[in-house]
Design a protein around this ligand. Structure first.
Ligand code: HEM
Ligand code: HEM
Length: 134
Protein backbone atom coordinates (compact mmCIF):
# COMPACT_ATOMS: atom_id res chain seq x y z
CA UNK A 1 0.00 0.00 0.00
CA UNK A 2 1.23 3.52 -0.81
CA UNK A 3 1.97 5.99 2.00
CA UNK A 4 -0.80 8.30 0.74
CA UNK A 5 -3.44 5.53 0.75
CA UNK A 6 -2.35 4.61 4.27
CA UNK A 7 -2.56 8.25 5.42
CA UNK A 8 -5.99 8.85 3.82
CA UNK A 9 -7.46 5.67 5.30
CA UNK A 10 -6.12 6.17 8.81
CA UNK A 11 -7.13 9.87 8.68
CA UNK A 12 -10.71 8.99 7.80
CA UNK A 13 -10.86 6.47 10.69
CA UNK A 14 -9.39 8.92 13.21
CA UNK A 15 -11.69 11.66 11.90
CA UNK A 16 -14.71 9.42 12.39
CA UNK A 17 -13.64 8.65 15.96
CA UNK A 18 -12.90 12.35 16.68
CA UNK A 19 -16.22 13.51 15.25
CA UNK A 20 -18.12 10.81 17.11
CA UNK A 21 -16.44 12.14 20.27
CA UNK A 22 -17.64 15.63 19.29
CA UNK A 23 -21.21 14.43 18.86
CA UNK A 24 -21.06 12.62 22.23
CA UNK A 25 -19.70 15.76 23.93
CA UNK A 26 -22.44 17.88 22.39
CA UNK A 27 -25.16 15.37 23.27
CA UNK A 28 -23.99 14.94 26.86
CA UNK A 29 -23.41 18.70 27.41
CA UNK A 30 -20.07 17.69 28.88
CA UNK A 31 -17.19 19.30 26.96
CA UNK A 32 -14.45 18.30 29.42
CA UNK A 33 -12.63 16.18 26.83
CA UNK A 34 -12.60 18.85 24.12
CA UNK A 35 -8.76 19.13 24.01
CA UNK A 36 -8.51 15.40 23.18
CA UNK A 37 -11.27 15.78 20.58
CA UNK A 38 -9.56 18.86 19.08
CA UNK A 39 -6.17 17.17 18.75
CA UNK A 40 -7.53 13.87 17.50
CA UNK A 41 -9.31 15.76 14.71
CA UNK A 42 -6.53 18.26 13.97
CA UNK A 43 -3.60 15.83 14.09
CA UNK A 44 -5.41 12.64 13.10
CA UNK A 45 -7.84 13.89 10.48
CA UNK A 46 -6.65 17.25 9.09
CA UNK A 47 -2.85 16.98 9.39
CA UNK A 48 -2.67 13.30 8.45
CA UNK A 49 -4.83 13.90 5.39
CA UNK A 50 -2.48 16.75 4.40
CA UNK A 51 0.52 14.44 4.79
CA UNK A 52 -1.24 12.00 2.47
CA UNK A 53 -1.79 14.79 -0.06
CA UNK A 54 1.93 15.59 -0.07
CA UNK A 55 2.89 11.95 -0.62
CA UNK A 56 0.29 11.61 -3.40
CA UNK A 57 1.89 14.61 -5.14
CA UNK A 58 5.34 12.99 -4.90
CA UNK A 59 4.98 9.53 -6.42
CA UNK A 60 8.64 8.60 -5.98
CA UNK A 61 8.24 9.13 -2.23
CA UNK A 62 4.79 7.57 -2.02
CA UNK A 63 6.08 4.03 -2.45
CA UNK A 64 9.06 4.40 -0.11
CA UNK A 65 9.07 2.46 3.14
CA UNK A 66 10.33 5.55 5.01
CA UNK A 67 7.21 7.49 4.02
CA UNK A 68 4.93 4.68 5.18
CA UNK A 69 6.80 4.46 8.49
CA UNK A 70 6.46 8.24 8.90
CA UNK A 71 2.68 7.97 8.41
CA UNK A 72 2.46 5.10 10.91
CA UNK A 73 4.61 6.97 13.47
CA UNK A 74 2.41 10.07 13.11
CA UNK A 75 -0.76 7.99 13.51
CA UNK A 76 0.60 6.13 16.52
CA UNK A 77 1.77 9.40 18.15
CA UNK A 78 -1.64 10.97 17.58
CA UNK A 79 -3.46 8.07 19.21
CA UNK A 80 -1.06 8.07 22.20
CA UNK A 81 -1.34 11.88 22.59
CA UNK A 82 -5.14 11.91 22.33
CA UNK A 83 -5.44 9.02 24.80
CA UNK A 84 -3.12 10.72 27.29
CA UNK A 85 -4.89 14.09 26.96
CA UNK A 86 -8.32 12.45 27.31
CA UNK A 87 -7.17 10.67 30.49
CA UNK A 88 -5.73 13.91 31.96
CA UNK A 89 -8.98 15.82 31.33
CA UNK A 90 -11.00 12.87 32.64
CA UNK A 91 -9.29 13.40 36.00
CA UNK A 92 -6.17 11.24 35.77
CA UNK A 93 -3.22 13.68 35.88
CA UNK A 94 -0.84 10.74 36.22
CA UNK A 95 -1.45 10.15 32.47
CA UNK A 96 0.71 13.16 31.67
CA UNK A 97 3.75 11.04 30.63
CA UNK A 98 1.53 9.29 28.06
CA UNK A 99 0.60 12.64 26.51
CA UNK A 100 4.25 13.69 26.66
CA UNK A 101 5.41 10.51 24.86
CA UNK A 102 2.70 11.04 22.22
CA UNK A 103 3.79 14.62 21.62
CA UNK A 104 7.47 13.60 21.32
CA UNK A 105 6.55 10.93 18.75
CA UNK A 106 4.54 13.50 16.78
CA UNK A 107 7.30 16.12 16.82
CA UNK A 108 9.85 13.47 15.80
CA UNK A 109 7.70 12.33 12.91
CA UNK A 110 7.19 15.99 11.91
CA UNK A 111 11.00 16.36 11.73
CA UNK A 112 11.04 13.21 9.60
CA UNK A 113 8.37 14.72 7.33
CA UNK A 114 10.30 18.00 7.14
CA UNK A 115 13.27 16.03 5.85
CA UNK A 116 11.10 14.65 3.02
CA UNK A 117 9.78 18.12 2.19
CA UNK A 118 13.25 19.72 2.07
CA UNK A 119 15.12 16.82 0.47
CA UNK A 120 16.55 17.46 -3.01
CA UNK A 121 14.33 16.20 -5.86
CA UNK A 122 15.49 12.75 -6.99
CA UNK A 123 16.98 12.95 -10.51
CA UNK A 124 14.72 11.39 -13.16
CA UNK A 125 16.15 8.22 -14.67
CA UNK A 126 17.03 8.96 -18.32
CA UNK A 127 15.86 6.51 -21.04
CA UNK A 128 19.52 5.85 -21.96
CA UNK A 129 20.31 4.67 -18.43
CA UNK A 130 17.19 2.50 -18.45
CA UNK A 131 18.23 0.88 -21.76
CA UNK A 132 21.75 0.24 -20.46
CA UNK A 133 20.33 -1.29 -17.27
CA UNK A 134 18.08 -3.60 -19.31
C1 HEM B 1 -19.39 15.93 13.94
C2 HEM B 1 -18.38 16.77 14.05
C3 HEM B 1 -18.03 17.51 15.31
C4 HEM B 1 -18.74 17.79 16.44
C5 HEM B 1 -20.17 17.38 16.77
C6 HEM B 1 -17.90 18.59 17.32
C7 HEM B 1 -18.23 19.04 18.58
C8 HEM B 1 -17.44 19.80 19.39
C9 HEM B 1 -17.78 20.26 20.72
C10 HEM B 1 -19.11 19.99 21.44
C11 HEM B 1 -16.74 20.98 21.21
C12 HEM B 1 -16.62 21.66 22.58
C13 HEM B 1 -16.88 23.14 22.39
C14 HEM B 1 -16.55 23.95 23.63
O1 HEM B 1 -16.78 23.48 24.75
O2 HEM B 1 -16.04 25.07 23.49
C15 HEM B 1 -15.72 20.97 20.18
C16 HEM B 1 -14.50 21.61 20.30
C17 HEM B 1 -13.54 21.62 19.31
N1 HEM B 1 -13.60 20.96 18.10
FE1 HEM B 1 -15.10 19.84 17.42
N2 HEM B 1 -16.70 18.77 16.69
C18 HEM B 1 -16.72 18.14 15.47
C19 HEM B 1 -15.72 18.07 14.53
C20 HEM B 1 -14.51 18.73 14.62
C21 HEM B 1 -13.46 18.70 13.60
C22 HEM B 1 -13.55 17.93 12.29
C23 HEM B 1 -12.44 19.47 14.08
C24 HEM B 1 -11.12 19.80 13.47
C25 HEM B 1 -10.83 19.60 12.22
C26 HEM B 1 -12.85 19.97 15.38
C27 HEM B 1 -12.09 20.81 16.17
C28 HEM B 1 -12.45 21.26 17.41
C29 HEM B 1 -11.61 22.14 18.20
C30 HEM B 1 -10.26 22.73 17.79
C31 HEM B 1 -12.28 22.36 19.40
C32 HEM B 1 -11.81 23.19 20.59
C33 HEM B 1 -12.33 24.58 20.39
C34 HEM B 1 -11.98 25.46 21.58
O3 HEM B 1 -11.00 25.24 22.26
O4 HEM B 1 -12.76 26.40 21.81
N3 HEM B 1 -14.10 19.50 15.68
N4 HEM B 1 -16.16 20.24 19.10
C1 HEM C 1 2.87 17.72 19.26
C2 HEM C 1 1.77 18.30 18.91
C3 HEM C 1 0.93 19.21 19.79
C4 HEM C 1 0.97 19.41 21.13
C5 HEM C 1 1.89 18.76 22.17
C6 HEM C 1 -0.06 20.39 21.46
C7 HEM C 1 -0.34 20.87 22.73
C8 HEM C 1 -1.37 21.73 23.04
C9 HEM C 1 -1.67 22.23 24.37
C10 HEM C 1 -0.85 21.90 25.63
C11 HEM C 1 -2.75 23.02 24.28
C12 HEM C 1 -3.47 23.75 25.42
C13 HEM C 1 -4.61 22.89 25.91
C14 HEM C 1 -5.40 23.53 27.03
O1 HEM C 1 -5.03 24.58 27.51
O2 HEM C 1 -6.39 22.93 27.40
C15 HEM C 1 -3.18 23.03 22.89
C16 HEM C 1 -4.28 23.68 22.40
C17 HEM C 1 -4.63 23.72 21.08
N1 HEM C 1 -3.96 23.14 20.03
FE1 HEM C 1 -2.36 21.92 20.18
N2 HEM C 1 -0.70 20.75 20.31
C18 HEM C 1 -0.12 20.06 19.25
C19 HEM C 1 -0.44 20.14 17.93
C20 HEM C 1 -1.47 20.91 17.42
C21 HEM C 1 -1.78 21.02 16.01
C22 HEM C 1 -0.98 20.32 14.89
C23 HEM C 1 -2.87 21.82 15.91
C24 HEM C 1 -3.61 22.25 14.70
C25 HEM C 1 -3.49 21.71 13.49
C26 HEM C 1 -3.24 22.22 17.27
C27 HEM C 1 -4.32 23.01 17.60
C28 HEM C 1 -4.64 23.40 18.87
C29 HEM C 1 -5.85 24.13 19.18
C30 HEM C 1 -6.90 24.63 18.18
C31 HEM C 1 -5.83 24.35 20.56
C32 HEM C 1 -6.90 25.05 21.40
C33 HEM C 1 -8.04 24.03 21.55
C34 HEM C 1 -8.26 23.56 22.93
O3 HEM C 1 -8.46 24.36 23.83
O4 HEM C 1 -8.28 22.33 23.13
N3 HEM C 1 -2.37 21.64 18.15
N4 HEM C 1 -2.30 22.24 22.17
Amino acid sequence: MKASDMAFRIAVCLGLIGMTGGVLMAASHNHDLHPAHAHLNLLGWVSLFLLGGFYRMNPSLDTRRGAKCQVLAWSFGTIVLATGVAAIYAGYPQAEPIAAIGSIIIVASMVWFAYFVFRPEPKPVSPGVMAAAE
